[in-house]
Design a protein around this ligand. Structure first.
Ligand code: COA
Length: 172
């Protein structure tokens, strides 16, 4: 059973291995867009990256325009990094229409084993604790894996906007 943990430098090598598997593809929920993988091989850079992920949950932390406070979590099986999940604390226009509250990705070698569905289920109470009582999830129209992940977690389809299917989840 995978667990969600706060980003932690102890898992540097497994994080690097898992992230390399994406072969440059976007890693939803990883918060790594501005951190080239080659740079994160370095211990010091990785520590700065992990600190920035953890600090992003604080409203007062500096962030790029258009970005909102976000809790980053790693999906782990023991000491093995399986993927990433991000909970955005509030919705701006872009997130309301396309991005949603939660983004996630699972490393290619660990897919189709229920990890995304389990990770999303574990993230719902955390979102609730953050004060998000109605959680918006979105996926591309043609992303069958993400769509099934959301629907397994009782996502209620509202509509599609700009090629994104939009679902709401209200955790009990
Ligand atoms: C989408 C993604 C997170 C799914 O991760 P995963 O761990 O393989 O998903 P799970 O194993 O939990 O599967 C959940 C459901 O999706 C289905 N599913 C997963 N991948 C699928 C695929 N490629 N095609 C069809 N169905 C798929 C599973 O069968 C399962 O449904 P079921 O229990 O009814 O069979 C993963 O493919 C990924 O990281 N993709 C790239 C990033 C991405 O698209 N993130 C989502 C952005 S909205």
């Amino acid at each position: 059973m995978p667990r969600l943990i706060a980003p932690d430098v102890s898992y540097h090598s497994s994080w690097l291995e898992g992230s390399a598997e994406f072969d440059g593809a976007h890693r939803d929920g990883a918060g790594a867009e501005d951190w080239p993988l080659e740079e994160l091989v370095d211990d010091h850079s990785f520590r700065r990256f992990v600190d920035s992920l953890v600090n992003d949950a604080r409203p007062e932390s500096p962030r790029k325009p258009g970005y909102v406070p976000c809790t980053y979590l790693w999906i782990m099986d023991g000491d093995t990094f399986l993927g990433s999940l991000a909970i955005r604390h509030e919705l701006n226009d872009f997130l309301l229409n396309e991005g949603g509250h939660i983004g996630y990705s699972v490393r290619p070698s660990a897919r189709r084993r229920g990890h995304a569905a389990a990770a999303l289920a574990s993230a719902l109470p955390i979102a609730l604790e953050l004060g998000i009582s109605r959680i918006l999830l979105t996926c591309d129209e043609d992303n069958a894996g993400s769509r099934a992940t959301i629907e397994k977690n009782s996502g209620v389809y509202e509509d599609s906007r700009n090629g994104k299917r939009r679902y709401w989840i209200e955790p009990a």
